[in-house]
Structures are given as C-alpha cells and as structure tokens.
Design a protein around this ligand. Structure first.
Ligand SMILES: NC(=O)c1ccc[n+]([C@@H]2O[C@H](COP(=O)([O-])OP(=O)(O)OC[C@H]3O[C@@H](n4cnc5c(N)ncnc54)[C@H](OP(=O)(O)O)[C@@H]3O)[C@@H](O)[C@H]2O)c1
Length: 292
C-alpha cells in the first residue's frame, strides 16, 4: 500500500509514521517544509509524485486558543488547506483520511455524540475543522473522516506530560472538573487508523480510547499511576477562563468504530502504557524534581 502522510512531525505523526512503517507500507511522510497545506501547487505536486492509494491528513493548526485570534490562519490551514489536499486526491484517484476533532460539537448534548449528529462548533478551531469536514464530503464522497479527542503521546506537548512536569515541582495542582471527554493515546489511535485504511473505511468514524473522564479525573489518574504525592484539586472552567470555549461534554460514541470490528483500550490502560513508555530523559527529571 502506498501512503502519503501530511503532519509527520506532530504528536500523532510521531506514532503513525512508525505504525505505517511496521505494516510494510510504502510511505511518504511529509512535514510543513515538504509541503505547506496552503500551497495548492506544492500539495498537488507531492501527491502527483508519490501516487498514493491513501493520503492521511493529520496536519493542522491545532493551537485552539491561538485560532481565536488568528481566524484567517485557522481557516487557511484547517479548511482551505484540507480542500487543497482533497482536490489533489481527487485528481490522483487517491483515498483520503482526514483527522478531525470532538470540537466540531459544542458539548451540550450530554450523551455520546454519534457520527451523524449535527456539527455545532463553539470555537474557531472547531468551526474550521467542521467546515473542512463539510467541504471534503462534497469534494470526495468516499473520504474517511476520523474524529478523535484529547490526544496524548510522546511526540509533543500533551496534558499528562504537563501534569507530570507540574507535579514534579508543586505540592498541589488545580485542574478543571467540568469538561468531560475521552483521552486518546496516539499509539492506540495510530494502530486503529492503519486498520481503518486496511478496511477501506469511508464516512465519519469516531476513534478514541474507551471510557471518559474529566481533565481533573485524568490528572488524578496520571498522578496516582506515576506514584506522585501531588494533590490534585478540582476547579471549574469559569475559574480558568481561556480564549476558546471548550465543549463541556464531547464524548464520541464508538459505534462507528465497532462497525469495523475495531475496539480501543480503556483510557486508564492507555495512560499506564504511556507512563511506562515515557522516554528515559523525562522519567529521570520527575524523581529529582520531587526530592528537591
Ligand atoms: N491534539 C489533540 O488533542 C487533537 C484532538 C482531536 C483532533 N486532533 C487532530 O488530530 C490531528 C493531529 O493532531 P496533532 O496533535 O498531532 O497536531 P500537532 O502536534 O499540532 O501537529 C500538527 C502537524 O501539522 C503540521 N502543520 C501545521 N501547519 C501546517 C501547514 N500549514 N502545512 C503543513 N503542515 C502543517 C505541523 O508541522 P510543524 O510541527 O512543523 O508546525 C505538525 O506536523 C490534527 O488534524 C488535529 O486537528 C488533535
């Protein structure tokens, strides 16, 4: 299978590139230096040259708060950039998998979101991804849109890494307890995405680790599982105002993934495997921070 991947240097790319290499895929892994999504001609050229069966579009402007003050950039990369890839995919006869987000929903439903629930983004980032979904479905009816949420992994900044870092220097940390979602380990997500390509998936699929929690519950579990004595204190979103509104409840139903007979591990199990596989350098920092 020939695959071209945009977003190789990101959090998800860190695990998806090796997952595809293990599967004996002929992989062209691109970073922003190889092809900026906003450069239509450049995108067409790399797709024409690599002649992929599948294009995996991970690349995005993912700074959710930054998107609020950079609306044009958010839409240029996340929506128009995705459209550039979709048009090039159509020309080349390639399948496209677009990685999307739980933030296409405003979080007011109160029960797990199904793939056909109406989009209702509450932030510029969510709007740019929701609009991209709509445009891609028009351009490529066979597109696969894999929505995921709350990513963590070893390829970049993520919530558990921040908790570990704070917990190594503070006796108490405050974490919001009124936003609920499903943390997702990039390693588990990568493995599921490869299976979806192999299954020739199409349409919208929700791909997250199983179960759900609040950020406070996630932080508590990370501190507990890593043996850190730091107290985790629950607070409200109102106490920590941010530029972008986050959904209060953005749990994605796994039904669409189960239809492909793919089942994801529980987020607690994923968290333990994340901690056990932490790079040696950061593992060494935490105990010294605690003892000082
Ligand atoms: N992180 C989450 O919690 C989360 C949750 C739900 C969905 N998602 C979605 O999952 C996907 C992967 O997320 P991630 O966390 O891996 O993102 P990430 O770590 O921010 O990586 C984004 C990637 O996109 C590249 N990129 C940014 N602007 C670009 C441009 N104009 N042209 C080409 N490449 C560009 C970045 O390159 P540089 O590193 O060189 O800037 C980087 O490789 C995204 O589509 C995101 O919307 C993420």
């Amino acid at each position: 299978m020939r695959v071209t991947l945009f977003g190789a240097s990101g959090l998800l790319g860190h695990d998806l590139v090796p997952a595809l290499s293990v599967e004996h895929v002929q992989l062209t892994a691109l970073s922003v230096e190889d092809a900026d999504l906003r450069d239509h001609a450049g995108v067409r050229s790399v797709i024409r040259d690599s002649r992929p069966e599948w294009i995996l579009l991970l690349a995005a402007y993912t700074d959710v708060d930054g998107c609020e003050s950079n609306r044009d950039l958010a839409f240029a990369v996340n929506c128009e950039g995705a459209v550039n890839v979709a048009e090039a995919a159509r020309e080349a006869g390639s399948r496209l998998m677009f990685i999307s987000t739980d933030y296409v929903f405003d979080g007011t439903k109160g029960s797990p979101y199904q793939v056909n629930d109406a989009r209702s983004p509450a932030s510029v980032y969510g709007e740019s991804k929701a609009r991209a979904e709509e445009r891609l479905l028009e351009i490529l009816p066979e597109v696969c849109i894999a929505r995921t949420s709350w990513l963590f992994g070893h390829g970049g900044k993520c919530f558990p890494a921040t908790i570990l870092q704070l917990a190594s220097t503070r006796s108490e940390i405050s974490v919001v307890n009124d936003q609920r979602g499903s943390p997702t380990f990039t390693r588990d997500l990568a493995s599921a995405l490869v299976k979806l390509c192999r299954a020739s998936a199409r349409g919208i699929v929700h791909v997250t680790n199983s179960g759900n929690c609040t950020w406070y519950e996630f932080a508590t579990e990370i501190a507990r599982a890593s043996g850190l004595p730091t107290a985790v204190k629950p607070v409200t979103t109102a106490e920590f105002p941010r530029p972008a509104r986050r959904p209060a409840y953005s749990v994605l139903s796994p039904d669409s993934l189960h239809a492909y007979n793919i089942h994801m591990p529980e987020w607690q199990d994923a968290g333990r495997r994340y901690l056990a596989s932490a790079p040696a350098a950061s593992a060494a920092v935490i105990p010294s921070g605690l003892s000082s």
